[in-house]
Design a protein around this ligand. Structure first.
Ligand code: DQA
Length: 153
């Protein structure tokens, strides 16, 4: 029996990883990242379900569907990160921990990428380490699920 299901959710244009600006996002495909995350989560005792969509409404629906039946979420919401208040509102209704992930470091890129509407509702953000960002996100999420952060620590 698994310790619970983790949703690995990807937003727009991330289906083209491997072909899309490899100098920024690397050569690994979305399937490569999904396979590695699923395997890391499995080693930690969790099951992984994955979803990618280029549509904002579909992402919102998938977040709604994850409520109550997943123990956490690893989310790379692509460009929606920077302006989708619909995504922000849906995430606010998701009670379990959310780890925001980016392959690149949006903070060192164009001005429009400096804002994240996900960050205020995420437990934390991992960005700028390529595929390693996902590995760190798995470590952070599983640590959080094992021993929730003590707000006074
Ligand atoms: C991204 C960063 C976003 O700014 C961009 O729109 C993406 C990918 C990343 O993983 O680095 O689509 O989320």
């Amino acid at each position: 029996m698994s310790a619970g299901i983790v949703l690995l959710l990807h937003g727009p244009n991330l289906n083209l990883l491997g072909q899309r600006e490899p100098e920024v996002y690397g050569n690994a495909t979305l399937a490569d990242h999904e396979t590695r995350v699923a395997s890391l989560l499995k080693s930690a005792g969790y099951e992984c379900v994955t979803h990618q969509s280029n549509s904002e409404g579909d992402i919102v629906d998938r977040i709604h569907a994850a409520r109550g039946n997943t123990v956490g979420m690893i989310l790379n919401s692509g460009a929606f990160t920077h302006y989708s208040w619909a995504l922000h509102d849906a995430l606010r209704l998701y009670a379990a921990p959310i780890i925001e992930v980016h392959l690149s470091n949006p903070g060192s890129r164009e001005e429009f990428r400096h804002t994240s509407v996900v960050a205020p509702v995420a437990a934390g953000t991992v960005a700028g380490f390529g595929g390693l960002s996902y590995d760190i996100a798995v470590q952070a999420l599983t640590a959080l699920l094992t021993s929730p952060r003590n707000p006074t620590a």
